[in-house]
Design a binder for this molecule. Structure first.
Ligand SMILES: CCCCCCCC/C=C\CCCCCCCC(=O)N[C@@H](CO)[C@H](O)/C=C/CCCCCCCCCCCCC
Ligand SMILES: O=c1ccn([C@@H]2O[C@H](COP(=O)(O)OP(=O)(O)O[C@H]3OC[C@@H](O)[C@H](O)[C@H]3O)[C@@H](O)[C@H]2O)c(=O)[nH]1
Length: 397
């Protein structure tokens, strides 16, 4: 056999093994999701009192659901906590919403911090810094503006903070909302993102998306505070990395993060996914190969060629069966993450799923060719490794 044939067989074996690995991830994610997610929160009395929590809420602008999302933080079923709302712009309309909720719930320990404090380039860290400095409790929670809590979400997260755990985060998911964009978001978070998030959590790989996380404050202080992550845009990834570097474990909680922003459209969601992809490409360069390769249509194409080469199986039949099984597996995983009836029918799922599968590789390439990162009012670039610098001044919204 010529070296060319050996090389082709080598590639065929690689793609077939990779394809098997991806299917192993599907099975792991579904099984682990069933075991890990949506467990009942224990209400049994404890020997020691529950730790008190300082909740940082960085806010910027308003959306139609902001008031009701924020209100869920005032009605948490948790003994001692404080709410630290942080708003950078002193003319931000979110201020009025926070003030009216603070008036409505005078017994809840809540404070508002205006103006932020420039400790780096990350605008979320800059915004939270005054709130962080004022935080008085032993656990710090960072919770983005679009998050909606159930009464027992904080309790669930605290119960996952066991002896060796330093950081508990929620796997991103979405509330039920109307419209195709909301369907698309739910399909994205409940399929491709959940598969990686669950398997990464099981394998102890850092996949932290910082929209809702609980941390031990003493460890944060030992690291130098949240400001040391201000030089990165992906402060979430580096915070989690620092916790593991300090010898702490991290885990997801049983309840996924319920994102419930009231403005939901395809363009802004795709811009957000592209921004995240740019962060991953800069921080974990192996993702540049692994991500496109692990897309259903791409890995299926390579595997179809490989099985034809190795076992003389019909490529087209193999490809179609692969897509059908992937689709079914995604439906099962989404149902596990949703843990109840879905707000859309099977036809909507087919349309949303096909759209996700075809737009995924496109968004990834788009992120690769356009390195500038727009986040809300500012534009940044990332150096390899993830350190960020701002390339355009703040755009007035
Ligand atoms: C046979 C092995 C195949 C491995 C395939 C890995 C394919 C990865 C495909 C998609 C990646 C999706 C990642 C989703 C979560 C990240 C969301 C995100 O970008 N968040 C950013 C913004 O908040 C945040 O800053 C970044 C966080 C982490 C990025 C690093 C992700 C690494 C994931 C690697 C997981 C491999 C799992 C393998 C388990 C055995
Ligand atoms: O300029 C800004 C941008 C954002 N933020 C706050 O940061 C939080 C997240 O902002 P967005 O919703 O725009 O962004 P994402 O949902 O994509 O964020 C997510 O990905 C990037 C990570 O660094 C974040 O930790 C994670 O939450 C919000 O609470 C927002 O109010 C600011 O305070 N200032």
């Amino acid at each position: 056999m010529s070296p060319m044939i050996y090389t082709l067989y080598g590639f065929a074996i690689f793609f077939f093994v990779f394809w098997c690995g991806i299917w192993f991830l599907h099975i792991l994610a579904i099984s682990y999701g069933k075991i890990k997610l949506h467990r009942k929160v224990s209400l049994l009395p404890r020997e020691t009192p529950l730790p008190s929590v300082s909740i940082l809420k960085p806010l910027m602008g308003v959306d139609p659901n902001l008031a009701q999302n924020l209100e869920t933080f005032f009605t948490l079923n948790y003994p001692v906590y404080e709410l630290l709302f942080c708003i950078e712009d002193k003319n931000d309309p979110a201020i009025a919403i926070v003030n009216s909720l603070m008036e409505k719930y005078p017994l809840v320990d809540a404070h508002l911090f205006l103006g932020g404090s420039v400790v780096g380039v990350n605008p979320k860290i800059n915004n939270m810094q005054p709130g962080y400095e004022a935080a008085k409790y032993e656990y710090i929670m960072i919770s983005d503006s679009g998050i909606r809590m159930k009464d027992d979400t904080l309790l669930d997260m605290v119960q996952h903070m066991t002896e060796k755990v330093g950081l508990v985060h929620q796997m991103p998911f979405t509330c039920d909302r109307d419209g195709f964009a909301a369907t698309f978001e739910k399909i994205f978070f409940g399929t491709v993102q959940s598969r990686i998030y669950l398997t990464a959590d099981l394998a102890g790989i850092n996949c932290h998306t910082g929209m809702s996380c609980l941390m031990r404050k003493n460890v944060l202080i030992e690291m130098g505070g949240i400001q040391i992550f201000g030089c990165y845009l992906a402060e979430d990834f580096f915070m989690a990395k620092a916790f593991t570097d300090y010898g702490w474990k991290m885990t997801i909680s049983s309840q996924p993060a319920m994102q419930n922003c009231g403005t939901c459209n395809i363009t802004s969601f795709q811009a957000r996914l592209t921004r995240w992809a740019k962060l991953r490409q800069a921080m974990v360069p192996s993702m540049i190969l692994l991500e496109p390769l692990s897309e259903c249509m791409v890995v299926g194409g390579f595997a179809s060629w490989a099985v034809n080469m190795l076992f003389h199986w019909d490529s087209l039949v193999f490809y179609l069966v692969h897509i059908l099984l992937w689709f079914l597996s995604d439906w099962i995983l989404l149902s596990v993450v949703q843990n109840g009836s879905l707000p859309f029918n099977k036809f909507d799922f087919v349309v949303g799923w096909v759209f996700r599968e075809f737009s995924g590789p496109y968004l990834f390439l788009h992120a690769l060719w356009n390195p500038a990162i727009r986040w809300r009012a500012r534009v940044y670039k990332l150096a390899w490794g993830g350190v960020a610098y701002e390339i355009a001044p703040k755009i007035k919204s």
